[in-house]
Design a binder for this molecule. Sequence first.
Ligand code: AGP
Length: 606
Amino acid sequence: MCGVFGYVGARDPLQVCLTGLSALEYRGYDSTGIAGISQGKISFCKKAGKLSELKKVLSFPPLELAIAHTRWATHGKVNDQNAHPHFDASHSIAVIHNGIIENFSALREELLREKALLASETDTEIVAHLIAKYYKGDLVRALHSAMQRLKGAFSLLVIHKDHPGELVATARDCPLSVALDAVRTEGIVSSDPNVFFGTNFDVIFLKASEIACVRKGSVDVVDSELRKITKKSERIAGSFTVPSKEGFEHYMLKEIYEQPITIQKAFLGRYARGVSFEELSLQDAVFRNTSKICIIGCGTSSHAGSIGALFLEEFAGVFTSCEIASEARYRPLLLSPDTLVIAISQSGETADTLAALHEAKKRGCTTLGLCNVKNSALVREADGALLLQAGPEMSVCSTKAFTSQLTTLFLFSLFMGQIKKTLTQERLLLLQEELKTIPAQIEQVINRAPEIQRLAKKYARHENFFFMGRRYMFPTCLEAALKLKEISYVNANGYPAGELKHGPIALLDAHFPVIAFCANRQTEEKILSNVMEVKARGAPVLAIASDHFKQIQKAADDVFYIPDSSDSLAPFASTVVGQLFAYYIAKERGCEIDQPRNLAKSVTVE
Ligand code: AGP
């Protein structure tokens, strides 16, 4: 999940790399570092903590080129020594890295037996020493030889003091792209194909252990057998600008407030008298012949997928399951050739989701990606893709991407209903009309943020929470619990409300509040009983309920009412309440909201 960036060209490499780091910091913020070549020597600066910490100690001579890294720790503690770049013994070679070298322990022992002096606990440093071992004047060959020894999925960017004009990059099952500007005066390497700064770039994506030697305005690529290859490039506008909070205290709050607009962006132009997706390259026949759907994703995206599975069952009558991507890939019967696999990912770079997608493709499934980032690996590799159009999501805690995923899944299930003829035209139009009311419903919830803040203040001192819900409210409560865990560092477990009495209710007492998601008409009486059950154990209850469901008031300690809607659309407003509740609890507890500890926005290791 680290961010890898490198620059060679006419501009100041240090300044370009600093901009690169600020744009890639979402990939990890345990430490940052830069190395560059100046007058035949490697200079570097690295520091534990966020980029702001590095900037305090930054000092470089004028550089001929530079590489830069932002780390999410896998091997070795978060400290200055383990920060990238890493070096060989003679400080001739500097390496930065994303991913995991799986046979690192054996290689480390081998190097230690050979009396190598290792300065860090990382797997990356091993690579620098291996390259040095094989180096005989040709950096590409040396990296190629080192690659033969490495197992795992990773990308590497390497420089050598005697090659002051070359960035040497490679990637195996891990994103890494190389860009040349249109007038060929510079070369950039980046983990994120959307992070290039300038006007237009011709971008190539490295894969399958290909090695690129990038110079000012040119790139030579060899395949895993060291054969020279020509790769097709894509023209990408390099107009990346670092987003702003636009006056909000945190990106998370800004992104919560954007949802009435982002939801509209996800549905506008996609329906009239029926649903259609302009960008969908797959033929209707594929969907007509689909007999089973498997949705895969991780974290928030998997929660959206669980709600999507309920949409698809309700509107298209197709058996649909939603599976955690890291598990799905190991289940042979789940991914059979008659299955449509829908992979959901905000970033489109999540390693587990991509690994499951590859597995699904190997097993002959048709794959559809739902993604917020247009040049991402998911969009490039799935058979078809639907874009969320939510705009960049900066907060590690996902909010607007989730509601855009729900909107897209809702429309896709109507689309499937049309194709499968499980929806009458009348019902289809009613559902479309109701979807149109969702942005206004969310606006109403947001306008009542101060009420949610008051409730958050009341509950903020608790260390343990249960979130419960039934049907559409079960995955909704899982998502709300994840928000709370992620940014407030309190224990929050989501449960199907009917399951509490099968064990977890034993935990409840006056110090263990329950947040009951009640906005599902079909199960109102049942959730009312569940609320009574937890009240009988002395647990405080905050209910989030539809406007009409006044009976809940007698059972719960606090109720936040949301606008009435049909069950399938209730996850939207309920989710926004959960997002604001988590936000205000985190604020109350003084937590760092946009970049919570131990996390990264894009999880590119399995
Ligand atoms: C959500 O708040 C999380 N930060 C996390 O669970 C995230 O949804 C997950 O890592 C998947 O990311 P993706 O959507 O980019 O694949």
